[in-house]
Write a new protein. Structure first.
Length: 565
């Protein structure tokens, strides 16, 4: 290399080389990046949420939220199994600015899993997917939330004031009834109540109390039309007004009256069904029906039967042979029998007795005994040393005692005692003005061999100032006809009373719509104790065995014989 200014200097030449190199590097743009022509494009991303879902075939839509970033064009297209917008086989999908709305097909696809995909319009290589499982359709379950019979008190029990013909009752049924719903009630035709999609109320008319209807639980259930899916049954109870079960005095022979038409009486011996008693007129004509009460006389062994069709009190042998009848001007109600004397109440008229041995196909002599026009329930006892009839008049809220006897070779006699008014109960007319189908008036008494000999107990309802109802048990000294302390409060929906002669306690049945529960009350102290024994049968027939070990809880044709504890 030539050096015009002198010998070659290495440092100088190094500088000459270095400076142009720096200039070249700076000129290539490696420092400031002021020119944007070479900036790489932004990255597009797309997400979908949720990424998994489950829907019913033919069911409602499932929405998936879609988010697009990295581009000003945030639109996207939705597809199902690669088909834009889907189709009838795999299901359809609708696209909006923010989501894909998938609607499952009407028929189950194969396989039963589909993929919903959202694809970016800015970059078709960018997509996000969700997996959807298609499940079998679960029919909407019709649901009943309440059943109310107009005119009843709160609870699950109602009574019929007229055991023979109460007519149509207005039943209000509330719940959720999807389309194509059917109301199924026990003993009645199905009722279509579909095409309703919200919680609603259905009102139907049902005749619960006719010659064809026996007191029992009524089941209401709402189902799909084909009954493939049903809600839980809702139970309601029609208690009637008379105890349908009775032990023969001093024996383990029990009768259970099935009310209805045709009626039947079932016989049990030591808890085992011994036969079916079907009463007939002379000549084999069946007794038409409409019975409310039956009693067994310990002296003659005859069955005394209160009938509404015809209106009479009939007497039969235990094999069903018709003996005779006592015609009544109006329907009778309660009945009892003891030591050859039969007694019955006739609301609107009073109470009567007759000599069972004089019933031989002709009308025997009847004697009207103490008890007003509201005479309803009664019992017979020898707890004060003589045979007594105790009648409860539900209008006067008064107990009327009468001593009855048949002297040897003589005629039936009756001597009235001192009545006792019970102020803890509400007169029936006042009570039923508020709740027409409330009942539950019963009388029990304890015999000579009972620990509480001579005590009488009366069960009944009381209407409170706030329009609620309480049940109570009044305790009475049958000799002095005075009350023993304050009445004992009973469970809501109490509906039957039986006297446990062995233990000297009153046993009360109450209902919760599912089970019959029992409460015992000591008449001397008024203390109430719940028993552990329960039964799914509605105890319209309630009786305690003479030895006190067994409680019979009966409904229609059957009885549960359970430990009395």
């Amino acid at each position: 290399m030539n050096c015009p200014n002198g010998p070659w200097n290495m440092e100088v030449h190094m500088r000459l080389v270095w400076i142009p190199l720096v200039a070249i590097l700076v000129g290539c743009g490696g420092g400031s990046g002021s020119s944007g022509g070479n900036t790489p494009p932004p990255v597009v991303t797309i997400t979908i949420s949720p990424t998994t879902a489950s829907v019913e075939v033919g069911g409602s839509s499932q929405s998936f939220t879609v988010t697009v970033t990295g581009t000003a064009n945030t639109t996207f297209a939705c597809s199902v199994n690669g088909v834009v917008n889907g189709n009838a086989t795999v299901g359809t999908v609708a696209t909006s600015s923010t989501n894909c709305a998938y609607t499952p097909p009407a028929a189950m696809p194969n396989p039963a899993t589909v993929t919903v995909t959202a694809t970016s319009s800015a970059d078709a290589t960018k997509s996000a997917s969700a997996t959807v499982a298609i499940t079998a359709a679960q029919s909407s379950t019709p649901t009943i939330t309440s059943v109310v019979v107009k005119g009843t008190a709160p609870g699950t029990m109602f009574h019929g004031d007229n055991e023979y013909q109460m007519g149509l009752l207005d039943v209000q049924i509330a719940g959720s009834f999807p389309a194509n719903t059917t109301l199924v009630t026990s003993g009645y035709p199905d009722l279509a109540i579909g095409n309703q999609t919200a919680t609603t109320q259905v009102e139907i008319g049902q005749a619960f109390d006719t010659p064809h209807f026996a007191p029992r639980r009524i089941s209401y259930q709402s189902c799909t039309t084909d009954k493939s899916v049903c809600g839980n049954p809702f139970l309601f109870s029609f208690g009637g007004d008379q105890n349908t079960a009775q032990y023969e005095l001093g024996t383990n022979y029990l009768i259970q009256l099935q009310q209805g038409n045709p009626y039947a009486m079932y016989e049990f011996s030591n808890g085992v069904e011994a036969g079916t008693f079907v009463g007939e007129f002379t000549g084999g004509t069946p007794w038409p029906g409409g019975q409310s009460c039956a009693a067994i006389d310990n002296k003659t062994g005859f069955v005394v039967l209160v009938s509404y069709n015809p209106i009479a009190v009939a007497v039969f042998k235990q094999d069903g042979t018709y003996v005779g009848a006592v015609p009544t001007s109006t329907r009778a109600q309660g009945c009892a029998a003891r030591d050859g004397v039969a007694s019955f109440t006739q609301p609107g008229t009073g109470s009567f007795i007759f000599d069972i041995s004089k019933v031989n196909g002709t009308s025997p002599i009847q004697i009207q005994i103490a008890g007003g026009t509201g005479s309803w329930s009664l019992t017979m006892s020898n707890g004060v040393g003589t045979d007594e009839v105790y009648v409860y008049d539900r209008e006067a809220t008064t107990v009327y005692p009468t001593t009855v006897s048949i002297p040897a070779g003589g005629t039936l006699q009756a001597v009235p005692g001192t009545p006792l008014k019970l102020n803890e109960f509400t007169p029936a007319a006042q009570l039923q003005a508020a709740f027409p189908f409330v009942g539950g008036w019963y009388v029990g008494a304890f015999d000579m061999n009972s620990p509480n000999v001579g005590t009488v107990v009366v069960m009944g309802p009381h209407l409170n100032a706030n329009n609620t109802i309480n049940f109570a048990l009044a305790r009475i000294d049958g000799t002095t006809m005075t009350e023993i302390g304050a009445a004992t409060a009973l469970p809501q929906s109490s509906f039957r009373l039986a006297a446990d002669q062995t233990h000297g306690v009153a046993v009360v049945a109450s209902d919760d719509g599912i089970l019959t529960h029992l409460t015992k009350v000591d008449p001397s102290t008024g203390v109430a104790t719940s028993l552990t024994t329960t039964s799914p049968k509605l105890g319209v027939g309630l009786a305690i065995s003479p030895d006190g070990t067994t409680v019979a809880i009966c409904e229609q044709s059957g009885c549960d014989f359970l430990p009395n504890k």
